[in-house]
Design a protein around this ligand. Structure first.
Ligand code: GSH
Length: 189
């Protein structure tokens, strides 16, 4: 989404994240790892801030120091709390495990749901009357949050929670209509 918002072209390279080749790129075997202008970059924060800094196009980082702090706070919420809880507590066990031929760990999902609901409640309250989370324009925080909660929205539990979160639903529907979201959306089904 960041690349598209900045008007950049990119190629996705399917990778075995546990391979020696990938560990050489990322010592913890994670994605994303990107090559930009001959530089290997890892970790979303580093990648996104670099892309925003060095390429033209509307800036995804506010100039205002307080708005920038707000953006960084929400990016931190995603990195430290929201992504780990939603990914390992719901998205992986509910959607990815069956794709890999493994059973759904219902106990894990059941345990994570109250925390996910609490985190969604924070976002719901913060988006009251707002189009974007940290500024009057799109920032990296909107993109981090959108990607995280879009994955949740693919689960049945997530659909129910979002149905009761009108501010998040409105904000997701607007962000989801942007070209950057449409071109990077998960396939349906
Ligand atoms: N802090 C890292 C998190 C990276 C991360 O957890 N990536 C996930 C995909 S979104 C991953 O590689 N999961 C595969 C795995 O853990 O094996 C970042 O921001 O880039």
């Amino acid at each position: 989404m960041v690349a598209i918002e900045k008007g950049l072209e990119w190629t996705l390279v399917p990778t075995d994240s546990s391979s020696a080749e990938h560990i050489a790129r990322h010592p913890f075997g994670k994605t994303p790892a990107v090559e930009v202008n001959g530089h290997l970059l890892i970790e979303s924060d580093a990648i996104c801030r670099y892309l925003d800094d060095v390429f033209d196009g509307a800036s995804l980082i506010p100039d205002d120091a307080l708005e920038q702090a707000e953006m960084t706070k929400w990016m931190g919420f995603v990195q430290a709390y929201m992504f780990p809880t939603t990914e390992f507590g719901l998205v992986m066990p509910r959607l990815i495990a069956p794709l890999m031929g493994r059973p759904v760990d219902e106990t894990r999902v059941e345990k994570a749901l109250p925390t996910i609901q609490y985190q969604l409640g924070l976002l719901e309250a913060a988006l009251d009357g707002r189009t974007f989370i940290a500024s009057d324009h799109l920032t990296l925080a909107d993109i981090y949050l959108f990607c995280t909660w879009m994955a949740v929205a693919h689960t049945d539990e997530g659909k129910v929670m979002l149905h009761h979160s009108p501010n998040v639903t409105r904000w997701m529907s607007y962000l989801g209509s942007r070209e950057s979201a449409r071109r990077t959306a998960w396939p349906e089904g």
